[in-house]
Ligand binder design. Structure first.
Ligand code: MN
Length: 241
């Protein structure tokens, strides 16, 4: 057995709907623009992969209870997204085999963003990590196994703050549907079991304030409700003291 100089961290996990076994999270890939945000964006055929970036697995938390307001920002924004959970990895994956052979399940997730830091990074032409890859920045509902529930092609993706709707779209509006998206990503990197792919957010992104109740979901996949709290007394695991 390997002799570590200190105990290796246990993997971040997410619950699985209807199972006691949990899903071990590998890497977290996030896709940039994948819905049209205005009527002006017509359905021109896409040839280039949308931008992607990553968050650490440690940013993933179950979407429930308290959502900590992060440090270093005054523009903490919500992005509701369908999350694809990879069960079998690969590269140069055939789109026709993505669902059958590679997708383990689905969830609803939040790609939380420090928008002010993202704007600074864009102006400076620098990387986005500070805007995207912070603690608790990737809440996610339990994974719904595709083997039991199938593969969603349509259904509402929605988010509300204090009961007022901010985002709503349909999965059929995805410019890059899941098979093409996963296949394209696998031409850029080798996907591995446990990888999560946040598939992009519809229009309507906006700020959250301490005290807000943010709720959202993907129809037939998962729903959540969390309360934003500004506190430093929350442990790194997201558990309240
Ligand atoms: Mn996003």
């Amino acid at each position: 057995m390997t002799d570590f100089v200190f105990p290796a961290s246990a993997p971040t996990t997410l619950p699985v709907a209807g199972r006691t076994a949990v899903f071990p999270v590998g890497r977290v890939y996030c896709i940039g623009r994948n819905y049209r945000w205005s009527q002006d964006e017509h359905g021109t055929p896409l040839v280039e992969m949308p931008a992607w970036f990553m968050k650490p697995a440690s940013a993933v938390m179950q979407a429930r209870g308290v959502l900590p307001y992060p440090p270093g920002t005054s523009d903490f924004c919500h992005e509701i997204e369908l999350v694809v959970a990879i069960g079998r990895g690969g590269r140069d994956i055939d789109p026709a085999r993505v669902e059958r052979d590679h997708v383990w399940g689905y969830a609803a997730g939040l790609d939380l963003t420090r928008r002010d830091l993202q704007a600074q990074a864009k102006r400076a032409g620098g990387p986005w990590e500070a805007a995207k890859a912070f603690d608790h920045s990737a809440p996610c509902t339990p994974i719904l196994p595709a083997a039991m529930f199938g593969h969603p092609r349509e259904g509402d993706v929605w988010l509300a703050v204090n009961g007022i709707e901010r985002q709503r779209a349909d999965l059929s509006d995805l410019m890059w549907p899941v098979p093409e998206l996963v296949a394209m990503l696998s031409r850029s990197v080798t996907l591995a079991p446990g990888d999560l792919i946040y598939t992009g957010t519809p229009a309507g992104v906006g700020p959250l304030q301490p005290g807000d109740v943010v709720s959202g979901g993907v129809a037939g996949i998962g729903e959540f409700s969390m309360t934003v709290k500004n506190t430093h007394s929350i442990s790194p695991t997201g558990d309240s003291p």
